[in-house]
Design a protein around this ligand. Structure first.
Ligand SMILES: NC(=O)c1ccc[n+]([C@@H]2O[C@H](COP(=O)([O-])OP(=O)(O)OC[C@H]3O[C@@H](n4cnc5c(N)ncnc54)[C@H](O)[C@@H]3O)[C@@H](O)[C@H]2O)c1
Length: 487
């Protein structure tokens, strides 16, 4: 299990696609779980499907009366995204805004490039220039294309997308990886597997089937119903997103085991000797000030999480951040002996030789203006790419997980349960002749008979796997549908 390293309480969160199916559920859940949270939502309210649904979802959020700001705009509008990030200090950004759907991409490819590529790029750039602690973004099970091996694992090769939609989602993962690596932006991509639930998307099969059955039309069931799919209830997806939001992946390089304790890493023998000496010395007798600063200024955190504590006495702090090649020196009187001073300056000289930039602060600045010191460090680091050479920052703060039910359901069973629940919710009459309204047809070209998620990594890291039984989820959908369409 991973440890949560981000507290959402008291923080500001950006949710893109907030009027969408998953986005709106996420926002409501955040307000439910966290007493003191500010959520900013952005959505273009496009008419890919009935906009009234999006408006209703927003109205439900609004009715909670919480610290909620909604911006109706397009994430492809760079100036708007920049303004938003400059105005709010987002701790976590959850990017759900996207043009979804596979078939629509055949007639409307522009929408995918605009939202999924340009929009996502704008989000990445904004995360780069404003220190966001974690970017969580929606990917999709569609990246598995027509892979034959099941269950689908995040270790599988996914280089053969079979739709523009899938290609954009895979591109998101690639772009996120590059940004995580270059600019140390912790990012987690989530590959969702067919999400369903109340106020869901009308373009999806279960919703479309329901509309057709209600209108007395016939539904087509492919491969004679012998397809197996993961259907994931929206609450399970949201549960997964909320858990994942609270843990930013870490990038600690795997070099010296000694250095790891203190977040010091080097592959240089001279440096290692000096650092080892230093680490041991500090472990023996750290001043309170040193402990606070070491903790506050660990490479991965870069001051983002630092909270000012009480008075800091005289001290020396040497802080190395290999990822950014910067050494931060703070003058002090703690190490008074000549040898120590010498080794400090030797080490600094060696670091500079190795291409580090030295940032120097005085005790005065640390004591009285720590916020500004941290700001200067962050400003220096943001926009400075990680060196790509061997030995430096090899591990990237980047993760991708599957979120799916990992218990595939037979399509025919799915449709049968749906029909039963639609009857129970009075969407369909009790004597509905289901057989007359379904047509079993062969497989469509390119379709895969069975797809489902391997969610072991999610379970191992977050102690959670989606588990809402299909009947329970479809019941909630049917009841919502009956209410929404006033049956
Ligand atoms: N629902 C699923 O089964 C499923 C499966 C896999 C992945 N996903 C992904 O999850 C995310 C959320 O999906 P959803 O089912 O809630 O879809 P949705 O269409 O209901 O929500 C997406 C929202 O984003 C908005 N949007 C689209 N382009 C935008 C843009 N350029 N700027 C601002 N807003 C924009 C839309 O208006 C919509 O409200 C998407 O990224 C989708 O690709 C969904």
């Amino acid at each position: 299990m991973v440890e949560y390293n981000i507290s959402l309480e008291g923080k500001t969160i950006l949710v893109t696609g907030a009027a969408g199916f998953i986005g709106s559920n996420l926002v409501m859940r955040l307000f439910k779980d966290f007493k003191d949270i500010k959520v900013v939502g952005i959505d273009s309210m496009n008419n890919y499907y009935d906009v009234r649904l999006k408006e209703e979802r927003l109205a439900k959020i609004e009715a909670l009366g919480r610290d909620w700001t909604f911006v109706r705009d397009n994430i492809a509008n760079k100036a708007c995204i920049e303004r938003l990030f400059a105005k709010h200090e987002f701790t976590v950004v959850v990017n759900l805004a996207a043009q979804a759907g596979v078939r629509y991409s055949i007639t409307n490819p522009d929408a995918y490039i605009e939202s999924n590529l340009i929009g996502f790029y704008n989000i990445l750039e904004a995360c780069r220039h404003h220190s966001v602690e974690h970017l969580v973004y929606a990917s999709s099970s569609s990246v598995y294309g027509s892979n034959k091996k099941v269950p689908y694992s995040t270790d599988d090769k996914v280089d053969n997308p079979v739709s523009l939609y899938a290609a954009t989602k895979k591109s998101n993962e690639l772009l996120a990886h590059a940004y995580s690596k270059l600019y140390n932006i912790p990012s987690t991509g989530l590959r969702f597997f067919t999400v369903y639930g109340p106020a869901g998307r009308p373009d999806m099969a279960y919703f479309g089937f329901t509309n057709k059955l209600r209108e007395g039309k016939t539904i087509q069931i492919f491969n004679y119903g012998n397809c197996k799919r993961d259907f994931t209830f929206v609450d399970d997806i949201v549960e997964g997103v909320v858990r994942v939001m609270q843990h930013a992946p870490e990038a600690s390089p795997k070099s010296s085991p000694k250095g790891k304790d203190l977040g010091i890493h080097t592959s240089d023998p001279l440096m290692y000797g000096l650092l080892k000496e230093r680490a041991e010395e500090m472990r023996k007798n750290p001043t309170e000030a040193e402990s606070i600063l070491w903790n506050a200024l660990k490479a991965k955190e870069l001051g983002v999480k630092f909270r000012r504590q009480h008075i800091i006495e005289d001290f020396i702090v040497d802080f190395y951040c290999n990822e950014y090649k910067v050494t931060i020196e703070v003058d002090g009187k703690y190490h008074g002996t000549f040898e120590q001073t010498k080794s400090d300056s030797e080490r600094t000289a060696r670091l500079i030789e190795l291409g580090y930039t030295e940032l120097r602060f005085t005790n005065e600045e640390i004591l009285h203006d720590l916020d500004n010191v941290l700001k200067k460090i962050k400003t220096f680091c943001s926009g400075t790419p990680f060196p790509l050479g061997e030995g430096w920052g090899e591990a990237v703060p980047y993760k991708v997980y599957n979120i799916g039910n990992s218990s595939p359901e037979n399509l025919l069973d799915f449709v049968t349960i749906l029909q039963e629940e639609l009857i129970a919710a009075k969407v369909l009459p009790a004597d509905y002749d289901f057989e007359a309204h379904k047509e079993l047809v062969p497989m469509q070209p390119g379709d895969v008979p069975i797809t489902y998620a391997d969610t072991t990594p999610l379970e191992e890291d977050f102690g959670f796997r989606p588990s809402t039984p299909l009947r329970e989820g479809l019941r909630k959908f049917a009841q919502w549908y009956a209410e929404y369409y006033k049956m």
